[in-house]
Design a protein around this ligand. Structure first.
Ligand code: FAD
Length: 539
């Protein structure tokens, strides 16, 4: 894996142990990589520490201002908070490293806090894995310069993707692919299972265990980390509860559902991967589009905060493929799942290639001026609350609001409904998803929204607009998913739920289900589709 360093990787004067008798001290800065196994920066730092007989400490900053800025959902912050004490225990017992968790109310505090930490604790080398979003890149650059002034090395490693961003380029030059399929072919060709390396950190030999001298808003033991994280979570919850647009969410119920569905920690994530590749992956290609089957891996929440590495996912799937089908064996189910991991890489590579995406600009820039997006507050609220009168859309939105998760097929259906049937700016939907999703991830979310809105790379052609009723009849034939989330529709036959005309008749005054408390479809799909196409066709 490639790295970025502020002094070209040469050992600085602090690392020359002959200069002084005091032991060297290095720092691992955890961000979206809350795991021990196959953590590129952690492995590199521990190896280097053992060569230099240095001790290693670790830090994680709780950054509520940053979460607010990125619209990070409460369920994701809770997932991070639940993961930290487990990480602290694992680091201590397996690698001899103490994790300090420190509250940094303002994002820019991180630079100051980290610089002071290094100075106060004689730290001469900091390692971290790259983050690819806007102010994270700026923060790292500023910190890198700041640390270099004090002769402190700051090394960042590419770790979030199977292949480092911008390493997959077109054959005729060095441009980034604009569509997925050729990217995927090259990605697959480049990723050689026999050479892919897992970066597992060795335990740190140095006995000099150091508790970082730090500010009062810090915690070191798993129990203290739990208490500090919970306190911060409570404050963040209060901040979100003040948002008018989120009043319809039962936050406590959403937290309970997410905690049940996503036990925290690296072992839980690895167990989920093991179970998935042992069983569900063999049926993935067929079942992945049926929401009520829960036939996908549901690993995204773990990949997003880094409790599992994408390389481990790829390797495990490839091993199953090799075992079942030999070296040249093809298996549509496993291939399909691996291609989903490649989509995740693809959107990260695209993000680095087009930094404007971070500022929520459309990938196809002309659509920002051409399409007259709507900002109708009532329409948007109907979508957010699951009251559009379109059963599959409403069931999906209510599932998201109740659990913090939505199935991939339904993300496409709801996103297309918002951007094409209601012609609402995709940026509003993108933000709302981030506020709710436990797996909210800028690159994948932005990519998925721009795909659905036909403004992005490789996006759905503007004239191919999903009909949310026929999507229901294809992917939720018996309306099992719809009726789970919209129990008020339990007596309506699936054939009616999947037909706009029949629904309008059934719910109209005098209709068979007129007394049910459920709205008639808020737009007529056929005419909305025509309007959307006309918008995109405009010169
Ligand atoms: P699986 O089907 O088991 O796939 C395995 C892994 O591959 C996933 O965990 C995920 O990391 C990756 N993956 C799968 N599909 C995609 C995809 N289309 N794009 C990128 N990566 C993919 N995914 C997120 O992780 N975070 C988001 O915020 C997010 N927002 C989305 C918004 C929209 C509008 C759309 C259409 C898709 C979005 N996705 C997002 C992609 C996808 O919906 C989820 O990754 C998937 O539903 C997670 O479920 P899973 O882990 O069971 O996936």
């Amino acid at each position: 894996m490639s790295k970025t360093t502020n002094n070209n990787g040469s050992n600085n004067k602090n690392n020359d142990s002959s200069d002084s008798d005091s032991p060297l001290h290095y720092l691992m800065w955890f961000r979206r990589d809350l795991r021990i196994h196959d953590n590129t920066a952690l492995a590199a730092l521990c190896e280097r520490a053992n060569e230099d007989n240095a001790s290693v400490s670790a830090i994680f900053f709780l950054t509520p201002e940053q979460w607010q800025q990125h619209d990070t959902s409460l369920v994701q912050v809770d997932h991070i908070a639940r993961t930290l004490p487990i990480l602290a225990k694992d680091l201590k017992s397996q690698l001899n490293i103490t994790l300090t968790v420190q509250l940094c109310p303002s994002f820019s505090d991180c630079i100051e806090s980290l610089t002071s930490l290094c100075k106060d604790n004689d730290i001469s080398c900091v390692m971290a894995n790259h983050e690819y979003e806007g102010n994270e890149i700026d923060r790292d650059e500023a910190l890198s310069e700041q640390l270099a002034k004090d002769d402190i090395e700051f090394v960042r490693w590419h770790d979030q993707c199977n292949l480092p961003p911008l390493s997959i380029t077109t054959n005729d030059g060095d441009s980034m692919y604009k569509v997925f399929t050729p990217f995927y072919k090259k990605w697959r060709h480049t990723l050689d299972v026999s050479t892919i390396q897992m970066h597992d950190a060795p335990a740190v030999d140095c006995d000099d265990k150091i508790e970082l001298k730090s500010s009062k808003n810090s915690a070191y033991t798993a129990d203290d980390i739990k208490a500090l994280s919970e306190e911060m979570l409570g404050d963040y919850q209060k901040t979100l509860q003040k948002e008018d647009s989120l009043q319809h969410i039962d936050i406590k119920a959403q937290l309970t559902a997410a905690r049940d569905a996503y036990p925290a920690g690296e072992s839980a994530a690895c167990q989920r991967l093991d179970e998935f590749v042992a069983d569900d992956i063999n049926d993935y290609d067929v079942s992945r589009d049926v929401p009520h089957l829960h036939a996908t891996s549901q690993l995204s929440a773990y990949l997003t905060i880094g409790t599992i590495s994408p390389r481990l996912c790829y390797l495990q799937a490839s091993k199953v493929q090799e075992k079942l089908h030999g070296n040249d064996g093809d298996n549509e189910d496993i291939d399909r799942w691996i291609s989903e991991l490649a989509w995740r890489d693809f959107y990260r590579h695209v993000l680095i290639d087009k930094p404007n995406l971070i500022r929520h600009k459309a990938y196809k820039e002309d659509t920002d001026t051409k399409v007259s997006w709507s900002y109708d507050e009532e329409d948007f609220q109907a979508w957010c609350t699951g009251k559009t009168g379109v059963p599959l859309v409403d069931a999906a939105m209510r599932c998201l609001n109740a659990t913090g998760f939505m199935h991939n097929r339904l993300r496409m259906v709801t996103a297309m409904f918002l951007t094409k049937d209601l012609l609402i700016d995709w940026r509003l939907g993108e933000r709302y998803f981030m506020q709710q999703l436990i797996d909210g991830d800028f690159a994948s979310n932005n990519g998925g929204w721009q795909w659905s809105a036909s403004t992005g790379t490789d996006s759905a052609p503007y004239f191919r607009i999903m009909n949310p009723f026929s999507q229901g009849s294809t992917h939720d034939k018996k309306a099992i998913f719809i009726k789970t989330w919209l129990p008020e529709l339990k007596d309506i036959p699936a054939s009616t739920l999947h037909s706009e005309d029949k629904m309008r008749k059934a719910l109209a005054k005098g209709g068979k289900f007129a007394d049910i408390d459920y709205p008639v479809p808020m737009v007529e799909h056929k005419s909305a589709r025509k309007l959307a196409i006309a918008e995109f066709k405009k010169e």
